[in-house]
Write a protein that binds this ligand. Structure first.
Ligand code: PMP
Length: 365
């Protein structure tokens, strides 16, 4: 078996024990004589699978009882639309929604919301290429909700402090940092994430929503896009991504056995510190992100060369040689170029050490 160190931003590395368990259970899960892929979502045999995923998520994230957990489809991108479609009318019409523009995904979320409600982009960091997180202006009395992107996958920034929006529901895209460090769920109205980074395979989207925010969609809202329908039906309004939900359960079980969020947060701090320390000391590579806002999950880095053409050539060579050495998917997002190491929960510290060793060698050559 060949395994590489996979630094992809998503879909991304999954814990090997999870893949091994999934392989061992491929033909017969829980003694049912069926693969988790073959079981009807209406069958009793599916119930332990979806309940396991939900219960572990509740336990690990400390989700309060007045929140629903939904397993949906359409990725985080569909939540860019579902959030405004469902809660722009929360507590009365004629309101606006506040968005903080901290990167491409945040900007997309705001653009999508503007199709359904008035959007006020209250602050942003585009002026310095999104390399920092701006101060969060206060919520206003006619904000229906307040949206942030907790970790910005492309530029590699993270909100180190959660803004206090008072009674205005705070909505956060946690796609690239879910379960990476402690998060006080009670500070949020809605949390959403595509699973394909820290939670499992692509195809499942997780939504954690406070109950009082459910039930405000206008009547013409399609059934598939209504939180109330999915909540009433326990995420079984239609066929859910059954196998993906099963995989999320296995990933969460792995995380619990490791010691849960406190344990993984410690490891994530250690991995990120190691890599940023190396970047600080390097004469060839550097992090473009301002220090207080650096992500623990996605670490972009660039070559220190003035000439853009030489820089791009060297970066290309780096990415190719790294891949040949078993360190794959290190190219930065196509919009920003450079390199990026995504070091999600499932990336072992050995992967970060191997990357640093390779970079040191490349630098000395
Ligand atoms: N938000 C963030 C922060 C992301 O990183 C991504 C995908 N990389 C998305 C949203 C879009 O997610 P999806 O592809 O699941 O729609």
């Amino acid at each position: 078996m060949k395994r590489v160190f996979n630094f992809s931003a998503g879909p991304s590395v999954l814990p090997l024990p999870v893949l091994e368990k999934a392989a061992a259970e491929m033909y017969d899960v829980n003694g049912t004589g069926q693969s988790a892929m073959e079981i009807s979502h209406r069958a009793n045999d599916f119930m332990p699978i979806i309940e396991k995923a939900e219960n572990l998520l509740r336990e690990l994230m400390g989700i309060p009882v007045n929140y629903k957990v939904l397993f949906l489809q359409g990725g985080a991108s569909l939540q860019f639309s579902m959030v405004p479609m469902n809660i722009a009318n929360y507590a009365g019409a004629g309101k606006k929604a506040a968005y903080i523009d901290t990167g491409v995904w945040a900007e997309k979320a705001a653009k999508e919301a503007a199709k359904f409600t008035a959007v006020d982009v209250r602050a942003g960091s585009k002026d310095r290429s999104y390399t920092y997180i701006p101060a969060a202006p206060a919520a206003e009395s006619d904000d229906a909700y307040y949206h942030i992107t907790l970790n910005n996958t492309i530029v590699g920034t993270r909100w180190a402090e959660i803004p206090d929006t008072g009674s205005t529901p705070l909505v956060a895209d946690i796609s690239s940092c879910a379960l990476s460090e402690p998060l006080d769920v009670s500070k949020f109205g809605i949390l959403y994430a595509g699973a394909q980074k820290n939670l499992g395979p692509a195809g499942v989207t997780i939504v954690v929503i406070r109950e009082d925010l459910i039930g405000h969609a206008p009547p013409q809202t399609p059934a598939m896009l209504r939180y109330d329908i999915h909540a009433q039906e326990g995420s079984l309004y239609n066929t859910p991504p059954c196998y993906g939900i099963y995989m999320v359960g296995l990933v969460l079980e792995w995380l619990r056995n490791l010691g849960g969020i406190p344990a993984i947060a410690g490891l994530n701090q250690e991995k990120a510190a190691l890599f940023y320390q190396y970047l600080e000391s390097s004469k060839l590579f550097y992090s473009p992100v301002e220090k207080p806002f650096r992500s623990l999950m996605n670490i972009p880095f660039i070559v220190k060369l003035e000439d853009p053409q030489k820089r791009t050539e060297l970066e290309k060579r780096f990415i190719q040689e790294a891949a040949a050495a078993g360190l794959v998917n290190l190219a930065g997002h196509r919009l920003v170029g450079g390199m990026r190491a995504s070091i999600y929960n499932a990336m072992p510290i050995e992967g970060v050490q191997a990357l640093i060793q390779f970079m040191e060698k490349f630098e000395s050559n």
